[in-house]
Design a protein around this ligand. Structure first.
Ligand code: MG
Length: 257
């Protein structure tokens, strides 16, 4: 069942989302070559505590940290470590979640550290654009797979691949609610979107094959062929006025028209 949220509930998610937007701004400045992924995790955990927000991922099915940090060929769910260091030229996926007043917000972005080749920057740009196009489909009356198709069409038009093993999701009182939001599929299928739905949309895109495998830590998903991967995510409310990105403070509605 897809739970529709009231304006009050959406406001709770927005409050968490705006805290995550601040975390993303902080990390763009904070992440530097030579630091460990655990230092990043600790910085985010203390920031969330100062904001009165609870980390959403720590303890979720036993995940041990606040941020999922996934570098280069790691797609999602990388575990922060004192022994894993950021290097110049890495692309670092940072997946963030928090709980405010019992409501979850979830977002992710992939940060290039220093200079990366233009082909790699293109991967990041195309993945982010595919998310923006998907958000543009989050309108009353559209079908769920219109969102999915928007991602796949843009990604594949640029020669990249969409990961199948992980999908976006409804979000609210739980981190993962119905519906699942795949990043691939034919348009015009699935439930109709309605005002009050809140979705976490999260394209995961690779430069090679879409196949992934899980490392022995039981969490980290990497590309099977070792190709680089990018991940961008926002939590979006479907409203009468169109999509609202709850995990951004300065979303320009013109960009999703
Ligand atoms: Mg998510």
């Amino acid at each position: 069942m897809i739970v529709l949220k009231s304006a009050r509930e959406i406001d709770c998610i927005r409050r968490g989302g705006h805290i995550l937007a601040e975390v993303m701004d902080l990390l763009r400045e904070f992440v530097r070559p030579g630091m460990s992924t655990l230092e990043i995790d600790e910085e985010v955990e203390s920031f969330l505590a100062r904001c009165g927000a609870t980390p959403a991922f720590k303890g979720y099915r036993g995940f041990p940290a606040t941020v999922c940090i996934s570098i280069n060929d790691e797609v999602v769910h990388g575990i922060p470590s004192a022994h894993r260091w950021i290097k110049e030229g890495d692309i670092v996926g940072l997946d963030l979640g928090c709980i405010v007043n019992g409501y979850y917000a979830d977002c992710a972005f992939t940060l290039p550290v220093g200079e990366v080749p233009s082909s790699v920057q293109r991967l990041l740009d195309v993945t982010r654009e595919s998310l923006e196009l998907a958000i543009g489909e989050c309108r009353s009356g559209r079908r769920l797979s219109d969102v999915s198709h928007a991602v796949q069409a843009h990604v594949e038009a640029h020669g990249f691949s969409v990961v199948r093993a992980f999908v976006g999701h409804g979000i609210g009182r739980a981190l993962h609610e119905e519906p699942q939001v795949p990043n691939f599929g034919e348009p015009g299928r699935g439930p109709q979107l309605r005002s009050g739905m809140v979705l976490a949309i999260e394209p995961m895109v690779t430069m090679g094959s879409w196949e992934v495998r899980i490392l022995d830590d039981g969490w980290t998903a990497v590309t099977r062929d070792g190709s680089l991967a990018a991940h961008f995510e926002h939590t979006i409310a479907v409203t009468e006025g169109g999509p609202e990105v709850l995990t951004s403070k300065n979303w320009q509605s013109a960009r999703v028209a």
